[in-house]
Design a protein around this ligand. Structure first.
Ligand code: ATP
Ligand code: MG
Length: 281
């Protein structure tokens, strides 16, 4: 019977939703540098289809939190779970292979290769094509087509033949986003993605992040200082201060909360950043 079947479906969907672990979770995540606690027992869960903006003043621990999640730094304490699996101690490549994707480590580019080759290598790294000749040949066409698509999405198709070392900084950062797309991660981590970009380049990246957000299977973490960007993209905001998770919730509520207004917006400060006046150089 339709009614019965649909109620069974609904019950099944509900129990799946309840049982499903978050895409990414940190539990009590902590790192100390000598006597300084840069990230202090941060517990937070991130779900697919959700874009979380991470805000806070300079030195709050935002990038360090990213470094812990992606594996650049080993935590002093706490856990990182990916789809419920403990990945706390896995090195960067293993975390990347499991779907944690981080942009903006310019070191990940091959400076002497062309823009296109950089993206093609990323597509290939993901696909791990077999060695029989047919699959190499047909796979190669598919790889090239996908690399082209990624370049188009970051508006860099016309620069495909240029060596990466010759690109201005903004283009290199766009290319990193292209490489990230090619890797097709489950978790996208962007740390101030538009910093250093020209006014023409910024909308390309923001539109792309909007696109990624529309894919309900992806989880996006975005560190961002620009309040207009935060407002337009965030489903949720978390605030870090001195390594502590200070607020977490609905963007409007977090932005309006007195403690955030005082500590990060500065009472009466111009609304052009989420940090207090003069705190971000
Ligand atoms: N490898 C390290 N060794 C020692 N101290 C570090 C290290 N990495 C970060 N820190 C310190 O941890 C604190 C947090 O730095 P972090 O770069 O995470 O801040 P942030 O919130 O990203 O700031 P910003 O908005 O300026 O990018 C700072 O006091 C920083 O000096
Ligand atoms: Mg930072």
């Amino acid at each position: 019977m339709t009614v019965g079947a649909s109620s069974i479906d609904t019950t099944a969907a509900l129990s799946r939703a309840v049982a499903e672990p978050p895409a990414l979770e940190t539990r009590g995540l902590t790192i100390r540098f000598g006597g300084h606690v840069a990230v202090n027992a941060v517990s937070c869960a991130f779900r697919p289809g959700e874009l979380t903006c991470i805000v806070g003043p300079n030195g709050a621990g935002k990038t360090t939190y990213f470094n812990l999640i992606s594996g650049q730094l080993p935590p002093t304490a706490g856990q990182i779970l990916l789809g419920g699996e403990d990945v706390t101690r896995l090195p960067v490549p293993h975390k990347a292979a499991r779907g944690i994707g981080r942009a903006f480590q310019l070191t990940s580019l091959f400076p002497n290769l062309s823009v296109f080759e950089n993206v093609r290598l990323a597509v290939q790294a993901r696909q791990r094509i077999g060695l029989d000749l047919w699959s190499v040949w047909s796979g190669n066409r598919a790889v090239r087509a996908e690399a082209e698509r990624c370049l188009e999405r970051v508006a860099m198709a016309d620069k495909r033949h240029l060596p990466v070392a010759s690109l201005p900084h903004g283009d290199q950062r766009k290319l990193e986003v292209g490489i990230l797309l090619a890797l097709q991660p489950r978790i996208f981590m962007f740390d101030e993605p538009t910093a250093g970009m020209s006014v023409d380049e910024v909308p390309v990246i923001l539109d792309l992040i909007q696109d990624i957000k529309r894919d309900r299977s992806k989880t996006v973490l975005l560190v961002e200082h620009k309040m207009d960007v935060v407002r337009s993209l965030a489903d949720r905001i978390i605030v870090l201060h001195n390594g502590n998770l200070m607020a977490d919730g609905d963007p409007a509520e977090v932005i309006a909360s007195p403690i955030v207004q005082q500590a990060y917006l500065g009472i009466g400060a111009a609304d052009d950043g989420v940090q207090g006046e003069g705190s971000h150089g």
